[in-house]
Design a protein around this ligand. Structure first.
Ligand code: NAD
Length: 356
């Protein structure tokens, strides 16, 4: 893969390569689009085997952040950070601080927060080197862990999809097969269990499996989760898990989860539609966390306001489903259209102001 080609493919503004030999940091920061505001998105720590995969991921994830914020009506652009390391064995304060310096070098064009492999306390370490961090614990002046609101939004998206498929938004007695039981999976499960849904969980990490068992979920092997007989399949781990190999195996009526970039390729939105599975688009329903940090950036850290805005994910999901029916599109394409319309309007407004 030629890096310049990859960057140009989705018109990214910038891809920064961070190298710090003393801490062993290799990281990437991708800024996709800052039309609506500073590029905001979490930093992920994952032991990618190939740099190429890490770069593809950071580019795709940052683009999804642009669309997520645009569709949620926020004044933020899309960005993402990615540290190539194992969060269980290689995440050191030196590494996190080196990443913080890298964020600082962008002067606020990229604002970082939590993602896979990160804990709120890690953000405190990053914040020793840069001001451009959101989602810090409330004891450190931030709005706190973003995963509770992300979980709430995913739950709202599931309910909107349920209403469309079954005529009722109740999830009582429904079976949800959840792939990944980390921060977001746990928070989503909290609402599902409360409403009386049945949970089947797969996770590659023993501690997460134990956590699932402790709340009464049953656990299956990671690769078996696609074959589970269920009402809702909920990807809450990494992206790309909806693909040519897995979609034919799914036995659910709905796919709705918190993971970013669930579709390996755009065509997989259509593949789900063809199978009669309603896909609640990932970035529409997992926007709770970005809604929370957008409020923080605007200086209105009011948890009630962020919660209300997150609850409205129900309405946005319904709107996307309606658009997909009216315009005969997969829901993933309808979501892109919704986000793109807002971006185009903002660009037109900017160029009109510049021309004045
Ligand atoms: P996390 O690291 O807390 O949890 C991820 C879990 O998935 C871990 O327990 C991991 O062991 C498990 N996992 C990884 N690969 C797996 C596989 N192949 N099969 C089964 N389990 C697997 O991360 P998180 O914060 O919960 O994020 C989960 C997803 O949600 C990510 O895609 C992230 O980008 C997205 N997301 C997170 C937030 C947030 O607020 N944290 C917001 C929006 C989107």
């Amino acid at each position: 893969m030629r890096i310049t080609e990859a960057v140009k493919r989705y018109s990214h503004e910038k891809l920064l390569i961070c190298n710090d030999e003393s801490s062993g940091l290799t990281a990437f920061i991708a800024i996709h689009d800052t039309t609506l505001g500073p590029a905001c998105g979490g930093v992920r720590i994952w032991p990618y085997e190939r740099e190429e995969d890490a770069i593809t991921d950071v580019l795709r994830l940052s683009r999804a952040m642009t669309y997520k914020s645009a569709a949620a009506g926020l004044s933020l652009g899309g960005g993402k950070g990615l540290i190539m390391a194992d969060s269980h064995t290689e995440k050191t304060d030196r590494l996190l601080r080196a990443f913080g310096r890298c964020v600082e070098s962008l002067g606020g064009r990229y604002v970082t927060t939590e993602d896979v492999g990160m804990k709120p306390e890690d953000l405190i370490v990053i914040a020793e080197e840069t001001r451009h961090v959101v989602g810090l614990p409330t004891s450190h002046g931030g709005s706190g862990d973003t995963s509770p609101l992300t979980g709430l939004g995913v739950y709202m998206g599931m309910k909107a999809a349920a209403k469309s498929v079954w005529g009722s938004d109740s999830l009582e007695g429904r079976t949800v097969a959840m792939q990944g039981f980390g921060n977001v999976g746990t928070q989503t499960a909290h609402y599902l269990v409360k409403e009386g849904a049945k949970l089947i969980v797969a996770d590659i990490y023993q501690q997460s499996r134990d956590k699932a068992l402790s709340i009464g979920a049953s656990v299956v092997a990671p690769d078996d989760i696609y074959d589970v007989d269920c009402d809702i399949f909920s990807p809450c781990a990494l992206g790309g898990t909806l693909n040519d190999e897995t979609i034919p195996r799914l036995r659910s009526s709905i796919v709705a989860g918190g993971a970013n970039n669930q579709l390996l390729e755009e065509k997989h939105g259509e593949a789900l539609r063809k199978r009669g599975i309603l896909y609640a688009p990932d970035y529409i329903i997992n926007a709770g966390g970005i809604i929370q940090v957008a409020c923080e950036i605007e200086g209105i850290c009011d948890p009630r306001k962020s919660k209300e805005m997150t609850e409205r994910i129900f309405d946005t999901t319904e709107r996307v489903i309606k658009m997909s029916i009216d315009e005969d599109l997969p829901t993933s394409a309808a979501a892109d259209r919704l986000a793109q319309r807002r971006l185009d309007a903002a660009r037109r407004q900017k160029s009109a102001v510049a021309a004045d």
